[in-house]
Design a protein around this ligand. Structure first.
Ligand code: HEM
Length: 503
């Protein structure tokens, strides 16, 4: 009785029947996988549905509220919670050094990250192979060395110059506007300048519309930021189970898949342009090409695919992460008058009363960096627990043994709001970062261990420079005391309406 219905679901006729049978087989595979994986962690409590199916986690990821659901589950069930049949969330600070540890037995990234693979070529971010990762990390780290970062600072300041021109226009109008969009444009322009040697030009254009080549010769205008958001959100859902990944990959018309191909196309175009321009090797892609020893005059298809995959990673990892963090931190500052006043006094002291500050001067205002760390903690830019797999021979975490392949994670939002660690976790109090240097090890915004963010120092340069510039140049007012947020792979505000006036 069930088969004819399935047949109908898949369009009827012989192909429909085969699709229906394939669907049934996959469903059986999913159930068998669930039963087998459940054996590995039977004694760990968790929400009823999560103990039997990945759908509980996938549903909350779909709703953009996974971190909240996992946090609520920890409040109910304790430190160890089964959030999927084969996935244990561990809300214990001492688990960080085990699950995200270094060394030959350190847990690798789990199959969750396969959904982030682009172009069939894993990037530094999505590869799960330890050897492949260390090779890639060695190559990419050239582009983020201290000397490379020094070269980037004037370029970042020049883009911030364009940004302030646009902000001056808003301050003259004296109206509220959505600053999140403009932080996104700024971060995309900075990133494309550093990564590809030219800005995408969103600040000048006042929009994130980019031309994407589609099948045949047709091209369409797409919002680049929406592409990043959609891809990231879809990947965070379908990464939860291989079955979802198979279904997702077989439906190219889904918006997340269209976003992936759009981003790939955008990145590929930048790579080809970069390769054809040859000599200049100062941008990140140039440094990658040089470190790999590729011949820019005749790159092969594999090399172009690899560079494209890294370029997509840079676009996603380095743009809206930074802009979202800037938006939430600025919002926290503007809604906490005590912090705002204190920070302004310190910035004005450092700038000798002027309305601008170089990065070199701004980085020496410890309270500014403390304010950024507090924003990253309280908002939790990274809010989910980053997935890892127990290595061969299994892993002991918090006194429990987990067999090889068990997915493990430490929920970042929950650690960032742990009352035992922070005392008053829901209060925006930057001073805590100056009182105790130990707190730094529990800031999970940039991940932990061998897979921690390689762009962290660059992100701080951007955040420090941009926040110091805005605060010294403008008075900032916010329209709403609370930011609405959502979660894909990263936790982000939906908007950030502010009003600026020149100081
Ligand atoms: C505030 C800004 C940023 C935040 C919150 C952030 C957060 C993160 C996190 C949490 C990870 C680890 C992911 C995991 O284990 O699954 C990561 C990795 C990574 N990030 Fe960032 N990131 C930021 C800025 C940047 C920038 C500016 C770049 C580069 C331009 C960048 C490039 C990368 C790369 C390449 C990886 C993969 C590293 C590896 O696996 O070895 N990120 N980031």
């Amino acid at each position: 009785m069930f088969l004819p219905d399935l047949n109908g679901m898949f369009g009827g006729g012989e192909p429909g029947l085969y699709c229906g049978l394939a669907f049934l087989l996959l469903l059986c595979g999913l159930c068998a996988h669930t039963l087998v994986s459940r054996q590995s962690a039977q004694y760990i409590p968790g929400p009823f549905l999560a103990r039997w199916s990945h759908l509980w986690l996938a549903y909350h990821a779909y709703r953009g509220r996974r971190y909240k659901a996992v946090h609520a589950a920890h409040s109910r069930y304790g430190v160890l919670v089964r959030i999927a049949p084969n996935h244990i969330s561990v809300a214990a600070p001492e688990a960080l050094s085990v699950i995200y540890g270094q060394g030959p037995r350190a847990p690798a990234k789990s199959p969750f990250y396969d959904s982030f693979v682009c172009n069939g070529k894993p990037s530094i971010f999505s590869t799960r192979d330890r050897q492949d990762h260390s090779t890639k990390r060695r190559v990419v780290s050239h582009a983020f060395s201290s000397s490379a970062l020094q070269e980037f600072i004037p370029l970042i300041h020049s883009t911030i110059g364009d940004f302030t021109q646009r902000m001056d226009e808003f301050s003259r109008k004296g109206e509220y506007f959505d600053a999140l969009l403009w932080f996104n444009y700024l971060a995309f322009d900075v990133l494309s300048d550093l990564a590809f040697g030219e800005r995408i030009g969103m600040l000048n254009q006042g929009s994130d519309l980019v031309e994407i080549q589609r099948a045949g010769d047709s091209s369409v205008q797409e919002n680049a930021i929406a592409l990043v958001d959609e891809r990231e959100h879809l990947a965070a859902i379908v990464g939860i189970h291989p079955f979802l990944q198979v279904v997702y990959n077989s439906l190219p018309f889904l918006s997340g898949n269209k976003a992936t191909s759009g981003l790939e196309e955008l990145a590929r175009r930048q790579v080809l342009k970069r390769l054809s321009s040859g000599a200049n090797r100062n941008d990140i892609l140039g440094k990658l090409i040089a470190a790999r020893g590729y011949d820019v005059r005749s790159p092969n298809t594999d090399e172009v695919a690899e560079l494209t995959s890294e370029a997509v990673t840079l676009l996603i990892a380095g743009s809206d992460t930074t802009s979202n963090s800037i938006a939430v931190t600025l919002h926290f500052i503007a809604t906490n008058p005590r912090v705002y006043t204190k920070l302004m006094e310190l910035l004005l002291e450092a700038s000798s009363g002027q309305n601008e500050l170089s990065y070199e001067q701004a980085k020496d205002v410890p309270y500014l960096q403390a304010t950024i760390n507090e924003g990253l903690r309280l908002h939790s830019t990274t809010a989910i627990g980053l997935h890892r797999s127990a290595p061969s021979g299994g892993l002991v975490v918090c006194g429990h043994f987990f067999p090889e392949g068990t997915e493990l994670s430490v929920p970042a939002w929950t650690i960032g709001h742990d009352a035992e660690l922070w005392g008053d976790p829901h209060v925006f109090r930057p001073e805590r970062w100056l009182e105790s240097k130990e707190s730094r090890q529990y800031l999970l915004a940039f991940g932990k261990g061998p897979r921690a963010c390689i762009g962290q120092n660059l992100a701080y340069i951007e955040m420090i420079s941009i926040l110091a510039t805005i605060l010294l140049r403008y008075n900032v007012e916010v329209r709403s005391q609370v930011l609405q947020t959502t979660e894909g792979f990263m936790h982000k505000p939906l908007d950030c309406w502010i009003k600026l006036s020149l100081r």
